[in-house]
Write a protein that binds this ligand. Sequence first.
Ligand SMILES: Cc1cc2nc3c(=O)[nH]c(=O)nc-3n(C[C@H](O)[C@H](O)[C@H](O)COP(=O)(O)O)c2cc1C
Length: 215
Amino acid sequence: MIEAMPTIDPAQLDDTARYRLLIGAVVPRPIAWITTVDAAGAVNLAPFSFFTAITASPATLGVCISHREPEKDTLANLRATGEAVVHLVPPALLAACHQSGAAYAHGVSEIAELGLATVPAQQVRPPRLAAAQVALECRARQFVPVGDPPTTLCLLEVVCAHIDDQVAAANGLPDPRRLVAAARLGERCYLVADAWGVQALPAQQVPAGKGLADG
Ligand SMILES: Cc1cc2nc3c(=O)[nH]c(=O)nc-3n(C[C@H](O)[C@H](O)[C@H](O)COP(=O)(O)O)c2cc1C
């Protein structure tokens, strides 16, 4: 017997409920904590959790910025100057990250408001956050509108990566046992941990005759 499970038709929900459905179901989501600059060089900081890595060749991130009138500063800055630094969020800075998502007026620096320290990036104008253990300097490559009014999927190519020693393996790349980042759950809830519940598994084996190579 197939057990009945409640179903939801997203098309029957209002915008708010549809949003809550997705942010509650697709969890945990990493948070892109993004610095950008406007044409005059003013720095902006904001968090985005409709975010993931898209492809490794070229190294590309996808960040989705929803419609707003006026356009969100991060999107306006990306269109104007094409550069960003995407940080993962150290658990100790989660409260600042959450607060940086408040609707500050254009021209107000979230970085100054929150008392965050920055250091210059190497290849792009926006500074990077000194306390972030992973900072990815990016150039915007494509803006893809989705829906109406459109959310904009921003494709950002990583041109320089900074990985703190404390979260890196001996080869300098991120160590999954050491790097822990805060992540967004549903409602206004976050996943915050001192360590992940990491489970390392052996490489997959395909039974003889069932693999691509011997098919
Ligand atoms: C943890 C977190 C995640 C968020 N994720 C998104 C997102 O994926 N897309 C989006 O458009 N807004 C998201 N927001 C809301 C924006 O951060 C918010 O609209 C912010 O004011 C935009 O700032 P800006 O105008 O400086 O770019 C998120 C907020 C928080 C706190």
